[in-house]
Design a protein around this ligand. Structure first.
Ligand code: ADP
Ligand code: MG
Length: 231
């Protein structure tokens, strides 16, 4: 429990920082990026390959800052949430192409069961999309080259929940890591922010649901449970 309190305090602090400074960081960054791109093009026209490489690195680093700030914004409550009825099959049709595109680059196969005929859930569409994108992105990153990503769903009538299972055939999560993966800033990746899963958990908790993970040496499955609305 102490751990839980610690975590929510940290999240609240990040949220406050984010709300106050995110836009102040983003706006100048956008203009820096714009001018840098012009510079990059000019350097390329003059065949200054080394300098082009430097500016490419700078552009990449700017994108990284932008992503981090974007994640801070998601963690903060600064954005007004729009609660609405969400049909999961519609939501999946919206985010699946993005995942499939990414998977294709790594030779990963994506399989989805039908999500039709499920009752709707109540939440913010953009945020829920973010949850599935984050989990799928992690799965793809874990598998690296080749593998299978499968999405399926189950109606848990007794608990009044829909369970969405996102399964990968990656290396799995070792026991000494698995307890930490929802902590903000915990990452095992060189370029990770460690914010993805803490954002997912926050969003799903706010919907009255929960996320669990199971991994036993080989492959990982994330179980996302969300309460459904009576039709
Ligand atoms: P990040 O992706 O920036 O590292 P996340 O919060 O999204 O941050 O994930 C935290 C950590 O959880 C990852 O660094 C990784 O060690 C672990 N993880 C998450 N999903 C998977 C997965 N599908 N397979 C293996 N490890 C995973
Ligand atoms: Mg991640």
């Amino acid at each position: 429990l102490e751990n839980q309190i610690h975590r929510s305090e940290r999240l609240a602090m990040i949220g406050q920082m984010a709300a106050g400074t995110a836009h102040e960081i983003r706006n100048p960054l956008t203009s820096i990026r714009g001018f840098l791109q012009i510079l990059n093009k000019t350097l390329a026209e003059h065949n200054m390959t080394r300098e082009v490489e430097y500016t490419n690195i700078m552009l990449d680093e700017i994108d990284r800052i932008n992503q981090l700030v974007g994640e801070f914004l998601l963690l903060s409550k600064s954005r007004e949430t729009r609660m609405e009825k969400i049909y999961l099959d519609e939501l999946i049709k919206q985010f699946l192409p993005i995942v499939e595109n990414e998977a294709l680059l790594y030779g990963i196969e994506v399989k989805t069961e039908s999500f039709a005929n499920l009752p709707p859930v109540l939440g913010d569409k953009e945020l829920l999309k973010q949850v599935f994108l984050n989990i799928c992105k992690n799965a793809i990153e874990a598998m690296g080259n080749k593998g299978q990503l499968s999405l399926s769903s189950q109606l848990l009538r007794e608990e009044q929940m829909i369970r969405i299972d996102i399964m990968d055939t990656g290396p799995g999560i070792p026991p000494y890591v698995i307890d930490k993966i929802f902590e903000p800033f915990f990452t095992t990746k060189e370029e990770g922010t460690g914010l993805g899963l803490s954002i997912c958990q926050r969003i799903i908790h706010d919907m009255g649901g929960k996320i669990r993970v199971s991994s036993k040496g080989y492959g990982t499955t994330f179980h996302v449970c969300i309460p459904y609305l009576d039709a």
